[in-house]
Write a protein of this length. Structure first.
Length: 310
């Protein structure tokens, strides 16, 4: 069985089309002519005997299902080639190259700065890019090679995603500074029954918090839904309701400078660990392995004092 005659250049141009949305933009990114991109993609289609890109005046340039699969596989091939070159150049030297990290948006402010700044100190030759998103989107990015590792919650993980737990904390209650229970160190969720609940509504947060309420034997009836963690905290600070967070910032103030206090939850409820995930079935690059090792140490050391939002 003969192998298809596929070149890295062809894969690079196809991936550029997928990421930029068109042949013209792909050509600009790759610093070549549009005809060079079209020719390379045509050669790739003939080599694989399948249509990868649909071109039309009205609907523009679109990838076929086969094209999307080749893009996902092509990213992995290009990453492996990059790792091969970087590994050969860096024998006996520091690790080099580009590493793309994903992060679940609500916890990004609490994980990415520490990870990027700290890793840069120990591996200055590695350039880190990052993307934020919802859990399903980030897992898709891992599986199709758009990012190598991602900070996720250990919840609703797709088949093919491997993970290592970074830390695990029980949820806490967020209250306005003047709340009747604000002076208490611990609170039962039933003590807040009937008060307006502010739900941080970033999937799959609602399902997780529903499980927390169910475990505490309290009905969850959100009075307000916030699409961002800071909005939820700001609503709490204004006395509009209370909220729950898996972890919380070190500064107990809203953007307006109003107090938001964090109190431990007495109830025994489910937790949702923060994990670092990657696409299983293959090796991480040397950059990825180094980043994974760094994060396991850094977040274990900081788990007692750092915070992240659900």
């Amino acid at each position: 069985m003969s192998l298809p005659n596929v070149s890295p250049r062809q894969l690079e141009y196809l991936v550029a089309i997928a990421e930029t949305g068109g042949i013209t933009a792909a050509a600009a990114r790759c610093h070549v002519s549009q005809s060079a991109v079209s020719l390379a993609v045509g050669e790739l289609e003939r080599a694989l005997d399948v249509t990868l890109v649909l071109r039309g005046a009205r609907r523009g340039t679109r990838l076929t299902p086969a094209g999307r699969q080749v893009v996902a596989d092509g990213r992995k091939v290009l990453a492996a080639l990059s790792e091969l070159g970087a590994g050969a150049r860096s024998l006996g030297q520091e690790i080099e190259g580009r590493l793309t990290i994903g992060c679940y948006a609500p916890i990004a402010p609490f994980h990415l700065p520490l990870a990027i700044a700290g890793f840069r100190e120990v591996q200055p030759g590695v350039e880190i890019d990052f993307v934020e998103g919802a859990l399903p989107d980030l897992q898709a990015a891992l599986l199709d090679g758009r990012c190598e590792l991602a900070f996720l919650y250990q919840q609703e993980l797709l088949p093919g995603i491997d993970t290592v737990v970074l830390h695990d904390r029980a949820p806490s209650v967020l209250l306005p500074g003047g709340h009747r229970l604000a002076r208490r160190r611990t609170i039962r969720l039933a003590e807040l029954a009937g008060e307006p609940f502010v739900l941080l509504d970033v999937p799959p947060s609602e399902r997780y918090f529903q499980a927390v309420f169910d475990a505490a034997g309290v009905e969850m009836a959100p009075a307000h839904r916030a699409g961002g963690f800071e909005l939820a905290r700001a609503l709490v600070a204004r006395g509009i309701g209370y909220s729950l967070a898996v972890q919380t910032p070190a500064v107990e103030l809203s953007y307006e400078g109003l107090p938001v206090v964090t109190r431990a939850l007495v109830d025994v409820v489910p937790t949702t660990p923060v994990v670092l995930g990657w696409a299983g079935g293959g090796r991480l690059t040397r950059r990825g392995e180094a980043f994974l090792g760094y994060c396991r140490k850094a977040f274990r050391a900081s788990s007692g004092s750092r915070a992240s939002a659900r």
